[in-house]
Design a binder for this molecule. Structure first.
Ligand code: CA
Ligand code: CA
Ligand code: CA
Length: 477
């Protein structure tokens, strides 16, 4: 890891103050084998077939110090599935492309850094392509923050020009502008021209105790339709760590509110677009002991129970901020693609509704809430952790597939066309065995075996428990 001054933390993680070396390289190879379950994904009975699939990613970065300027270049190579049985669902709407085997296309390479940075006294400036991360990662997430029982596959990528300064001790202020290359709201790689202006202030009592406020103004135009969205993102986070005897208590919370006009989503009564009023929040509590950690994470993303009024109130937590790996990242992700395929099929709808592509979120936690208790035990040996946990998930509006329910005359039905009741999604049970070793050379080796089991509610349209097993190997330097 490269260490710059605290000044670089305006949209990033705190790092220690150290003089940079002239050249630093880092990289991590991740290889994953996943055995996924099969299940029905639409009301015509199509099924995501079960199968074993292998994927890879080599994330690397080079940092050069050139007489006071720092040049950073990095990205992901061979990022995708390289063997096994891919998803048998049509379409290219899911940005990870689980329906493809092959890692040597342009889409399997993602530039994550190509920027210069410099400090001029108390002012730091940066310009170029970089990843964006803020707070806990609720809305701006660089896809480089590992979480228990899940994987991160994306990351918000922007061309950013920004200035960062400390007007007083412990207060870090940033102003900047982005051209969005890729993120989960829509960037250049998804056919949008999206610009945002940012201003943030963060108070760091120290590395572990901080509060921050971010405001973003965003304007985004879809290149083919020239329809726009514009609005404000207001976000606040706080985190704290406190020692009590031989325990550490950790707590963190982040909340965001979106306020704007969305011309890319419309309905029959409001053909010019909808007002956006949506919000989300996540919280993390952990009790940490040398030998074990108990955690309780929770999240809430506002929903929209009325698809025909003039307000769009659905919120999606960033697709790289996860709770488990089955309910959202597999089941919801596959049904999103299947629903998209059905309603854009000319046989079903002459004219698919505006903004239908926004319903494909790569399994983001969207108009849903969850509780995730976890327990991690480190007491067997210093190179092995074992963990168990659960995700209890609900929708924040009654479970209903808006497009399918519309076809059913407004009766709430799920993606299979089955009548639903209430808010419940299901319960996911997770376990993991994680082995880590660092060699004297600095090489880091990680191996994990994880299982996830989904106990669905009747609303999910799945009869049986679904089980997934994943083996992951990482090699880092
Ligand atoms: Ca994002
Ligand atoms: Ca609405
Ligand atoms: Ca995810």
């Amino acid at each position: 890891m490269l260490m710059y001054s605290f000044l670089w933390t305006a949209m990033a993680e705190p790092t220690a103050d150290e003089a940079p070396k002239p050249v630093e390289t880092s990289g991590t190879l991740r290889l994953v084998a996943t055995q996924r379950p099969g299940f029905v994904v639409d009301f015509e009975g199509r099924e995501l077939e079960s199968g074993l699939v292998f994927d890879s990613r080599f994330r690397t970065q080079v940092d050069l110090d050139l007489s006071g300027w720092t040049l950073q270049v990095g990205g992901d190579l061979i990022d995708g599935q390289f063997a096994g049985s891919p998803w048998n669902l049509d379409g290219t709407t899911h940005n990870y492309h689980p329906e493809v085997i092959g890692v040597f296309n342009a889409s399997n390479f993602n530039l994550r850094a190509a920027q210069i940075k410099r400090k001029f006294g108390g002012l730091a400036v940066q310009s170029g392509i970089t990843t964006s991360h803020w707070g806990l990662g609720l809305i701006a997430n660089d896809g480089n923050h590992e979480q228990l029982f899940s994987r991160t596959d994306y990351g918000d990528r922007v061309f950013r020009t920004a200035a960062i300064t400390k007007p007083m001790d412990k207060l870090v202020v940033m102003v900047g502008g982005d051209w969005v290359l890729e993120d989960d709201i829509g960037g250049y790689t998804d056919g949008h021209m999206a610009y945002q202006g940012l201003a943030s202030a963060q108070y760091f009592a120290n590395k572990d105790n901080a509060v921050g406020f971010l405001s973003v103004y965003r304007k985004q135009t879809k290149m083919d339709t020239e329809k726009s969205l514009e609005g404000m993102i207001l976000d606040v986070y706080a985190k704290g760590l406190q020692s009590v005897g031989n325990l550490e208590l950790y707590g963190a919370v982040e909340g965001v509110y979106l306020h704007g006009e969305h011309g890319q989503i419309s309905n029959r009564m409001n053909p010019d677009g909808l007002a956006v009023r949506s919000y989300g929040t996540v919280a993390q509590l952990e009790v940490r002991h040398q030998k074990a950690t108990m955690g309780l994470h929770a999240g809430f993303a506002s929903g929209d129970a009325n698809p025909s009024d003039d307000v769009y109130s659905t919120f999606s937590i960033d697709r790289d901020y996860n709770a488990g790996s089955m309910i959202f990242d597999l089941h919801q992700a596959a049904t999103e693609v299947a629903t998209y395929n059905l309603i854009t099929d000319p046989e079903h709808a002459g004219n698919p509704p505006d903004g239908v592509e926004f319903a494909v979120t790569e399994g983001a936690i969207r108009q849903a809430m969850y509780l995730q208790p976890t327990f991690t035990y480190k007491g067997f040996t210093d190179w092995m952790d074992v963990a168990v946990g659960s995700v209890l998930a609900w929708q924040t509006v009654p479970v209903s597939s808006p497009f399918i329910s519309y076809r059913n005359g407004g009766v709430a039905v799920n993606h299979l066309g089955e009548v639903t009741t209430g808010y419940q999604l299901g319960v996911e049970v997770n376990w993991a065995l994680m082995i880590n070793h660092q060699y004297d050379s600095g090489l880091k080796n990680g191996l994990s075996i994880e299982g996830a089991h989904l106990l669905p509610s009747a609303n999910m349209g799945v009869e049986d428990t679904l089980s997934m097993v994943r083996v992951q190997q990482t090699i880092g330097f």
